[in-house]
Write a protein of this length. Sequence first.
Length: 276
Amino acid sequence: IRQGSAEVPELTGVRFKPPRGPKRITGEEPAQPQPGLFDQLRLDIALRAPEQLYVSGMGLESEWSADMRLGGTSTAPRVSGEVELVRGTLGFAGRSFELSEGRVDFTGGTSIDPVIQLTATDDIEDVVVNVNVSGRAYDPQIAFSSVPGLPQDEIVSRILFGSSIGNLSTIQAVQLAASLNSLRGSGGGLNPLGKLRSATGVDRLRILGPDDTNGRGTALAAGQYLTDDIYVEFITDARGFTATQLEVSLTPFLSILSQAGGSGATNVNVRYRKNY
């Protein structure tokens, strides 16, 4: 959620329709809800799932087992027990990490805010990198470790760019610094371009890797939707490379791409894409 928080637009000018029906005699305040027949049922339910409890979304594709108990009342339920990892992967910063440890503990409190302990592992340039997620579900903390042990900035550099911090370009170094600041400031947000995109008012802002064929180094691309079906993007790098790309969507799956600039040639392509 924190990773995509800057991508969520804020709606303005929102109005609420008045309630239907005749006005209340005492005013327009809403009627007080009346307790129903099943509002105060006492709960004592045991939930067990030895396996095949699948969780996906937000980069997570996993299978879990659960041993939990639901108590309290129907209006104030209390959940206790634990959920443990069977297997799975975690998509993080464009990489797929293998889940090596996972546990979610429900403490039975008045609010359902379990304790999370999650570890995901990947091998990057002969270094075993671990992404550790811990803390409460409403305020998870992300930390990194590695074997052999490396500083945090070196680990994040390998995760984001697959390379040591000493081999980064100027743009990559700026992105790394912004990522570390965001991570330390918010306890988990790793989206340095999101706030910059929001501040500049563009619809999309991304970092492109070098392309020797077109003579382009590591570049910054900023794009804007002119309409729902027409998207234009401007690409530039520190070497003076500039290009403009136009995408026109003919159908939800078929679009025409046109790029001008850069090597001096204009390219037109047809692209078909579909999610399975």
